[in-house]
Design a binder for this molecule. Sequence first.
Ligand SMILES: Nc1ncnc2c1ncn2[C@@H]1O[C@H](COP(=O)(O)OP(=O)(O)O)[C@@H](O)[C@H]1O
Ligand SMILES: [Mg+2]
Length: 263
Amino acid sequence: MAGEERSVKVKIDNVKRIFNTRNGEMIALNGVSLDIMENEFICVVGPSGCGKSTLLNIIAGLLEPSSGKVYCDGKEVKGTGTERGVVFQQYALFPWMTVKKNVMFGLELKGIKGREAEDIAMKYIKMVQLEDFVNHYPKELSGGMKQRVAIARAYAVNPSILLMDEPFGALDAQTRTQLQTELLETWEKERKTCFFITHDVEEAIILAQKVIIMSARPGRIKEIVDINIPYPRTQETKMTPEFLDLKNHIWGQVYQEYLEVRK
Ligand SMILES: Nc1ncnc2c1ncn2[C@@H]1O[C@H](COP(=O)(O)OP(=O)(O)O)[C@@H](O)[C@H]1O
Ligand SMILES: [Mg+2]
């Protein structure tokens, strides 16, 4: 956007993460540096085990880096915080709470209570089109609906950044496509900064402004691909030549890393 200054939302500075395993030390991430800009939608792809979740958990403050640092809005990340909303593949809803209570939960942690919390929760429940299910319990919902609740809950606390770890990975193809479309529409409206992990190259390209390709373990950033396809994007976008070219390129790069893993 011409003339608009965009600031760095999250700065990842030379992050390394080692795990101690039965077979000794294992380097899961090495030398990872990345600036996530305000309003940006970034997708991360790479072979299984390359450290995608480890990186997300470090940004979320659920894991510490072995060396290197992460900053969010200029402050060093030390533990979790409501300015970083997380959505996991497994819905992580409280089974004993209704949809509305689940969405209100994070608001109450932030000290927003009563009518105000309810109004905010309802806004985001409407955004994910679950207004007819506010008083339902998670067990009464489909997988796609549960994941919509998790997304509403993450949005409701108005975080600076949404961290999403394969949020649609457990859904069937049709539901997945539908949630991609909904997330796209929401992002196009709100431009909330998103850091989204997926192993689905098509999903990465349809959503992101930038796709980060990670190498096989130890996870490093192999390539950053700009996705210069204008928004609004729809499922038809997946049929365009520019989309298919990007898909071929990114898939080729990821495939090389799959071969590395199998060596
Ligand atoms: N808590 C842990 N302890 C030991 N090893 C771990 C732990 N978490 C992840 N790993 C290992 O680190 C590597 C990266 O894992 P992960 O970040 O989950 O990869 P991805 O999300 O890309 O599939 C894998 O080899 C995994 O087994
Ligand atoms: Mg993972």
